[in-house]
Structure formats: structure tokens, C-alpha cells
Design a protein around this ligand. Structure first.
Ligand code: SF4
Length: 906
């Protein structure tokens, strides 16, 4: 029966706000609240598919985590208090104007985000460069894609990925380098899986020091030593030349610089390269053959190449292979970088790195500055180079930056060397944070917090990895006083202009995102990315389009360089000859392991959004350090044991796990955990050394050492209810513990979980405070304290269900208790356990692995899948009988791996 009082559900087509695949989503809503999402069957990026992150978008970003009103503090030691927009922006304009007058335009800076929309970016760029006169505007894309930008520009003449997603399906040999595509770009991986099953002759090579789930699809996996990619690519070119697999005609007609490169790679003999990369000669030869004999050769790459002090060289060395074999500018062929963030491409297009200007122009190029200044009708644009992300925070730490505006990003989680980042943020006199989530690590550093609209609440455009512009549409109003990013920026800019240039012609007369887009696209006319023929209405009519799309065009451009002409001075692509350079921190006696950081399937970057959904913690509930079985044995470590990880910059405590996907000498941590969920945060270990050209930091290669953490006192707590509120209240108290990890659990009834450990027992007063916040100090609480053993247990039971619990001293029963909580079951075993001096539950051991949810869509656990595989079920039968892998498919690679691992009984 239909409830006539309920508003009817509507559907709004938009774009996923997570990764650079740029999937189309259909938002199901009632005009005020989003109820669900599904994949847009019409969108050419995903044709209806979504991954586990995209399909749970409607479960994220609940109101309790949102910034709802402007908040201001007038002293670093004071708390922020609520204010109105007028007061907030007047204050910000006054502080910025004062700083500019006293210390010059370069005393202020903007640090923005690959998650902003194109219109937001454009407003920020005009504000910084045209109004203030500074190039101090950089984006978190600096951490993500700036090496790819340099790679494309140096080798091909413009920052333009030449391929499209269809090429992934059309390639004969596909080289995936430094990308766990199965986790980081799952929908593209689904497309690749489907193509490979249709054309089993397609060959897939994965180059990665780890055997990731992406390798499940690989015909060849080269587990090179981390950071040796340039040597590998030069070694491959050496073999391609030696075997006559290069395209001499293409080299002669369309490229320059080959002779120099040929000379360089002659030193990269197969024996030398195989030894340096620590791979077999056979595998090296096989890889060269698969590339050299392929009718169509495509390469895909991501952070493994980009986040490196040799990131630019790695990108160009890979592109060299395409130019030498003529594998570019035709179907199924070309170098194709996978973009991390949803609109990192839009940022590059609008000039949102300190060295760029809108329309793929250079801030260091006087002619480009003149063109943009003329278009904006200002006298000149600043010539002083702007600060890139790492340099910006360094200068802030030195006191040079007096006012910083951060938008839609979380540098207190994502930048390397977090101790230095915290010092920088504390040193800066005025930090503005324009952000949808008030819960991020950066929020505590903000002097002014400005609430921004988020996904589903704002309009604009984004460009995905294949140069395709999609419309982002608004389905529901933003909550509280939150406003779209472009509107905040434009409002601030007008107030600042009134102070800096009173009476001058207005620069920011925009009233909607369309106005910003229309002005911006004029700056692309005649450039390689010409968008002058595009607008939102056209995208509504024809669907998302790939640039260039000049005026008068009837459709976008699927592939670039089809005629062999490149946007360089000579019209030829350039071979780049750079020798292999080792990463900054090679192993030594003190730091004998190399730490790699990477992405998980169900979390996105710093967890601002995914950290609000308990369901997304089901796959991996806490950060764990992975070590190879050999290193585990060498250090006499057990699975789940707590270890201290030290780098030259900081240290943290995490549980360790044996992981046979790693080579000896390598360690791995997921990059998502900041200090909010893991004391210290993963990036307290990483280093800020950066590539000399792209200025992208080496986030994936830090020297570390691992030691047992002697923390005998353990703590575990769980509480259901408003998890964000509980997290906020409990996190500061738990700071006292040496090891501290927080996370969410559950589906229908989300709960906060706290795991901690310490060298000594916690003070009784601290435990009492924590118990009060957990609701375990009074009411229907069962309690047992055994001071002789240092053990304390508390369980709150309401309506025959556990609603909160706490273990102190030792926590062996935590999994069992969490199971009882999940099942909503209370029985006699609970009372018996409670009165026992030790809290281990009968029949189970401490080392028993925590189960996890492999299929998030259908809530199917790893143990259930393993049991079914043990009974002989294959993937198709698992889909039928358990339902796993039947919806978004993100769990398919892991299930395939389990099928290969679990022994089927005779
Ligand atoms: Fe979103 Fe997943 Fe598509 Fe990326 S692959 S855009 S995260 S649905």
C-alpha cells in the first residue's frame, strides 16, 4: 500500500564523486533526502556499473559529520563559535586584505582539491591570480597526478591523455604499472575483466612490487623492486630495439631525440636490468615480446609511477615505449594514466596547480600570462612562481604564509611528514577551511570553518580520466547553511575586491556555475583542450563528451594524435632520455624495510566521507602493516601482534599481518588512516622529498624499521548509536594510549569500535571517564573487576541485546563479544564468561582471524565464501548460492584469489 503522505521518489542523473573513472550515477531521492544510488546505464564510463564505494554513496555523509554553519575563532587557543556568513566572509576578507597590504600577495595561499568541480576551480584561480596577484594556489592533485602532467607535457607536448576507455577493451597487450586497478578503479577493471573473458588472447602484464588483486587477471606479473621502473622501461626498450620490434618509420616521421635515448638504453642490458629490478631474465624477455609483437599495446598507470622522486622520468620512460613502437593514436594503443580523483583532470585544465594557468597554459610563460590577463581584463598576472603543496607547507612552517585557504581537502591526513604539517598549520596565523565535513583531521586547525555543499547538493562539471566532461547535478538542498564551493569563493572574492581594488570593474559577477563555465571555456578556445563548443545543455542532450570539443563540433574526440602530429614546437613527440635514479630512501641497516602505501577497495583517500559509513569498514576494519612471511619469521612476529613502525620522521603502533603478496624487504600500509582513526596516522611515516619537475612527493617509498611493541595492557570497547558523536567524545580521552585504532562496524545498527594498548594499565579515573561516555557507569550494566589480574569487563544489556561493552587489561574475547553484539544475542555463556578471571571465551583462541565482509552489496563474509569454495563451488555457483559477486562485482578479484588458494576436498 502506498503511503500518500510520503513524497514521491525522483531520479537525478549525476556523477560519482570518488575516483577518476567518473561513473554516471542515478540518485534516487524525495527532494530533501537521498535514498539510494544506481549506475547510469547511459553513461559511457560505466554503462550502469558501480563499484562498492559508488553504490553506497547514499549511506555516507550523515548530518552528524557535516559542517552546517560558519564557525570562527579569534585566537588559536579558543574554541570556534557559530557565526553567520556575512561576519565570516567579512572577517576573512579583512584578514586577507591586511596580510596582502602588510606582507604582499605571496603571503597568502590557497590549497584546493581534485574533488572540486571545474567551476569551483575556475573561481579560485581567478581569485588568486587576477585579483590577489599570487600564484600560490596548489591542489591535492600535486600528490596524485602532477608527474603524469609533466610526463605528457614533456613527451607529447600537452597534458592530454590520448586514449579512451574503449581502448582498454581493444588492446592486445595491456601493461598495468603501479596501479592496483582492481581496488582503485574498480569499474574500469570490471570492463577489463569482461574484455579479457571475451578475448582470452588479450595479454595483461602487471608491474607491481606487490601481488595485488589486479594480478589475478595477469598473464605475467613482474614484482620489481620498488622504484626501479625507469630501469625496467629502459631495459624493455633495449630489447625492443635489439629484436627489431620498434617502428622505424614512426620514429623517423613523428618523433625526435631517439638517437640519444638509444645510446642511453644500450647500457640497460637485460642482465643488468633483471638484476636491478630483481626479476627473472625470462620474464623480462617475455614482457618485451608481449609488447613488441602486440598489434595494439596500451599502458595504464597510477600512483606507483607518479608518487616518486623520479615520477616524471618514470612517466616519460613509459611513454618512450609507445613512441618507439608507434603504439599511440590508434584503437587499443597508447599511454593512459588513470586519474585518482574525480576531477583532477578539471583542475589541470583550469590551471589549478601553482605552475599552471587556465587552458593548459604555464604560469612561467609571459605570453600565456598576457593572454589570460587580457581575457580577465586585468593589467598583468603575477610572474613570481607559486608554491607547490610541499613547498607551501614548508614556507608556512617558516612563518612566510600568513593566511591559508583550504578547500575540500584534508592536508592534516594526506600530506607526507605529518609532524611538519601540523607545525605548519599551527604556525599559520589564519587558516580557513571550506569543507563539507567538520570531522576531518584538518578541521581542528581551522580558525574559520565554512560549510560547503557536497555530492548530490551542487551543480557543475567534472572531467574524468578519458577527457570526458560530465554534468554533476543537484538532487537535494545542502543541509544547514552549507553553500556550493563556487558560491563561497565568489562571495569572498567580491568582498576582497572591494578592499583591494575599490571602484574597479567587477571581476566576479557570477550568479551560477554556468556563468563560470561559459567564461572559462573562452580561455580554452584554440588550445589543445578546446571546450568552446560545450555547455551543460549540450551534455544534457548528447551525453558526456570528450575534449577537444571546439565550437561547431558535433561530437567529442575519442583519441588524440591519430595523425602523428603533436602539440610541440616541431609537431613531433619527444623521446626523453633520463637515467634510472634510486628512490630517496634506500634500505640501510637502521631502516631495513621499504614502506609502500596504497588504496583499499572500500575506502576513499582520507575517509572524510567513507569514514562515516560503518558498512565500508566491513572489508578492512583497521589499518594493519603487511610484511612478507620471511620478514615475519625473521623478526619472530605473529599475525595480529602489535608492532612499532619507525621512520626517520615519526613512528606509530599497528598490528602486523603476514602477507605473501609482498616481497621480503617490503612493507605495506593502507593510506587512508589519519590520526582520527589511527593514532599518529599513516603519513607520520612518509617523506616529503619530491620529484624535481613535478614536485610530487614520494609517498610510496619510505625507509622504515619494525619492532615488537611491548604493550601488555589491552583495551577494547564498542558502543552503538551516534557513532560520530561517540568518536568525537572518546577520541581525545583515548589519546593517552600508545596504540589506538578506531573504526565503525555493523550495518543496520552502526557502532564505534575502539582498540587500544598501552605499556601500563590505564588509570582508574581515565577508565571511569571512558565508561561514563560509553554509558557503562550505571544502568543495566554487567561488570566484573579483577584487580589481581588487572582485568575489567563491562557489558551494557538493553532489551536482551548488548548495546555497549568494554574490556580492559586483556581483550581475548573481543571477537566473540562483537559476534554476540552483531547477532543481537545474550545467553548464559555471557554470564559465565563475565565471572571468569580471564576473558577468553570458550573454545576460541586469540589468534583466530577476525572475519570480514568480502561482498559488501550482499553482506557475505570471507569465511562463508571460503566454506563454500571448500565444498567445491566455483564463481558462478557462489554467485547463485550466496549472492556474492552478483551486484557491483568489486569482490570478484578477491574471490578468484580465494578459489585459487582454498583446497577443494577430493
Ligand atoms: Fe565511483 Fe567506483 Fe566508478 Fe570510481 S569506479 S567513479 S569510485 S563508482
Amino acid at each position: 500500500m502506498t503511503d500518500l503522505n510520503l513524497p514521491a521518489l525522483q531520479t537525478t542523473a549525476s556523477t560519482c564523486c570518488y575516483c577518476g573513472v567518473g561513473c554516471g550515477v542515478l540518485i534516487e531521492h524525495d527532494g530533501t533526502r537521498i535514498h539510494g544510488v544506481s549506475g547510469d546505464p547511459q553513461h559511457p564510463a560505466n554503462f550502469g556499473r558501480l563499484c562498492s564505494k559508488g553504490s553506497s554513496l547514499h549511506l555516507t555523509g550523515d548530518l552528524s559529520s557535516r559542517a552546517l554553519q560558519p564557525e570562527l575563532r579569534l585566537g588559536k587557543q579558543l574554541p570556534r563559535t557559530a557565526t553567520d556568513w556575512d561576519t565570516a566572509l567579512e572577517h576573512a576578507a579583512e584578514v586577507f586584505a591586511h596580510s596582502i597590504a602588510e606582507h604582499g600577495p605571496d603571503s597568502v595561499a590557497f590549497y584546493i582539491s581534485g574533488q572540486l568541480l571545474t567551476e569551483d576551480y575556475y573561481a579560485f584561480n581567478k581569485l588568486a591570480r587576477a585579483l590577489i596577484g599570487t600564484n600560490n594556489i596548489d591542489s591535492n592533485s600535486r600528490l596524485c597526478m602532477s608527474s603524469a602532467v609533466v610526463g605528457y607535457k614533456r613527451s607529447l607536448g600537452a597534458d592530454a591523455p590520448p586514449c579512451n576507455y574503449e581502448d582498454i577493451e581493444l588492446a592486445d597487450t595491456l601493461l598495468i604499472v603501479g596501479s592496483n586497478m582492481a581496488y582503485a578503479h574498480p569499474v574500469l577493471f570490471r570492463r577489463l575483466e569482461a574484455a579479457k573473458s571475451q578475448r582470452p588472447d588479450m595479454k595483461i602484464i602487471v608491474v607491481d612490487p606487490r601481488r595485488t588483486d589486479t594480478c589475478e587477471l595477469a598473464d605475467l606479473h613482474l614484482a620489481i623492486q620498488g622504484g626501479t621502473d625507469v630501469a625496467l622501461f629502459h631495459g624493455l626498450l633495449h630489447l625492443l630495439i635489439g629484436n627489431g620490434w620498434t617502428d622505424r618509420r614512426y620514429i623517423d616521421e613523428h618523433t625526435e631525440g631517439f638517437a640519444e635515448l638509444q645510446e642511453l638504453v644500450s647500457d640497460y642490458t637485460p642482465e643488468y636490468v633483471a638484476q636491478l629490478c630483481d626479476i627473472s631474465l625470462d620474464d623480462l624477455h617475455s614482457c618485451a615480446r608481449l609488447i613488441g609483437e602486440a598489434p595494439a599495446f596500451l599502458s595504464l598507470w597510477c600512483m606507483g609511477l607518479n608518487q616518486s622522486t623520479a615520477g616524471s622520468a618514470k612517466n616519460s620512460a613509459l611513454i618512450n615505449l609507445h613512441l618507439a613502437t608507434g603504439q599511440i593514436g590508434r584503437p587499443g594503443a597508447g599511454p593512459f594514466s588513470l586519474t585518482g580523483q574525480p576531477n583532477a583532470m578539471g583542475g589541470r585544465e583550469t590551471g589549478s596547480l601553482s605552475n599552471l594557468l587556465p587552458g593548459h597554459r604555464e604560469a612561467g610563460n609571459a605570453e600565456h600570462r598576457r593572454e589570460v590577463a587580457e581575457y580577465w581584463q586585468v593589467d598583468a598576472l603575477p610572474a613570481t612562481p607559486g608554491l607547490s603543496a610541499i613547498e607551501l607547507f614548508e614556507q608556512m612552517r617558516n612563518g612566510k604564509i600568513k593566511a591559508l585557504w583550504i578547500a575540500c581537502t584534508n592536508p592534516a591526513q594526506s600530506l607526507p611528514d605529518q609532524t611538519a604539517v601540523a607545525e605548519a598549520l599551527n604556525t599559520c596565523p589564519f587558516v580557513v577551511l571550506q569543507e563539507a565535513f567538520r570531522t576531518t583531521e584538518t578541521a581542528k586547525h581551522a580558525d574559520l570553518m565554512l560549510p560547503a555543499a557536497s555530492w548530490g547538493e551542487k551543480e557543475g562539471t567534472v572531467t574524468n580520466s578519458e577527457r570526458r566532461l560530465s554534468n554533476v547535478r543537484k538532487a537535494v538542498p545542502a543541509p544547514g547553511q552549507a553553500r556550493p564551493d563556487w558560491a563561497i569563493t565568489v562571495d569572498f572574492a567580491r568582498r576582497l575586491q572591494a578592499r583591494l581594488r575599490p571602484g574597479s570593474a567587477p571581476l566576479f559577477e557570477f550568479t551560477d556555475p554556468q556563468g563560470l563555465f561559459d567564461e572559462y571555456k573562452g580561455l580554452t578556445q584554440g588550445r589543445d583542450l578546446d571546450l568552446s563548443g560545450l555547455d551543460r545543455a549540450l551534455i544534457d542532450r548528447l551525453g558526456p563528451q570528450q575534449w577537444p570539443f571546439p565550437q561547431g563540433a558535433g561530437s567529442g574526440t575519442p583519441r588524440l594524435y591519430t595523425d602523428g602530429r603533436f602539440p610541440t614546437d616541431s609537431g613531433r613527440a619527444r623521446f626523453i632520455s633520463e637515467a634510472y635514479r634510486a628512490p630517496k630512501e634506500t634500505r640501510d641497516a637502521r631502516f631495513a624495510l621499504t614502506l609502500n602505501t596504497g588504496r583499499l577497495r572500500d575506502h576513499w583517500h582520507g575517509m572524510s566521507r567513507t569514514g562515516t559509513a560503518a558498512r565500508l569498514f566491513g572489508h578492512v576494519s583497521e589499518a594493519r602493516l603487511s610484511l612478507s612471511p620471511a620478514d615475519m619469521q625473521h623478526q619472530r612476529l605473529e599475525d595480529g601482534e602489535l608492532v612499532q613502525v619507525h621512520s626517520r620522521r615519526g613512528s606509530l603502533v599497528v598490528p602486523v599481518v603476514s602477507d605473501d603478496s609482498l616481497r621480503p624487504g617490503h612493507a605495506y600500509l593502507p593510506m587512508h588512516w589519519g590520526d582520527r582513526f589511527l593514532k599518529g596516522g599513516v603519513n607520520c611515516l612518509t617523506l616529503s622529498a619530491f620529484d624535481p619537475l613535478s614536485r610530487q612527493p614520494e609517498l610510496k617509498h619510505a625507509g622504515v624499521r619494525v619492532e615488537k611493541a611491548h604493550l601488555p595492557w589491552h583495551f577494547f570497547a564498542l558502543i552503538e548509536g551516534d557513532v560520530q558523536q561517540h568518536l568525537e567524545a572518546l577520541r581525545p580521552l583515548c589519546e593517552a594510549f600508545d596504540y589506538l585504532s578506531l573504526g565503525l562496524t555493523g550495518r543496520e545498527r552502526p557502532a564505534l569500535v575502539i582498540r587500544a594498548a598501552h605499556a601500563n594499565a590505564a588509570a582508574a579515573e581515565l577508565l571511569a571517564q571512558i565508561d561514563r561516555l560509553l554509558g557503562l557507569d550505571q544502568g543495566p550494566v554487567m561488570a566484573y573487576d579483577d584487580p589481581a589480574h588487572g582485568v575489567g569487563k563491562r557489558v551494557r544489556i538493553e532489551a536482551q541485546r548488548i548495546t555497549a561493552l568494554r574490556l580492559a587489561g586483556e581483550t581475548l574475547a573481543q571477537d566473540w563479544l562483537q559476534g554476540l553484539w552483531l547477532e543481537g544475542r545474550v545467553d548464559d555463556s555471557l554470564r559465565r564468561w563475565l565471572l571468569a578471571p580471564l576473558s577468553r571465551e570458550p573454545g576460541r583462541t586469540a589468534s583466530q582471524a577476525r572475519d570480514r565482509i568480502l561482498c559488501n552489496c550482499k553482506n557475505v563474509s570471507q569465511s562463508a565464501i571460503e566454506a563454500a569454495i571448500g565444498r567445491g563451488l566455483d564463481l558462478a555457483e557462489l554467485k547463485n548460492q550466496l549472492g556474492c559477486a552478483s551486484q557491483c562485482g568489486s569482490c570478484v578479484p578477491e574471490i578468484k584469489r580465494l578459489i585459487n588458494l582454498v583446497a577443494v576436498p577430493e
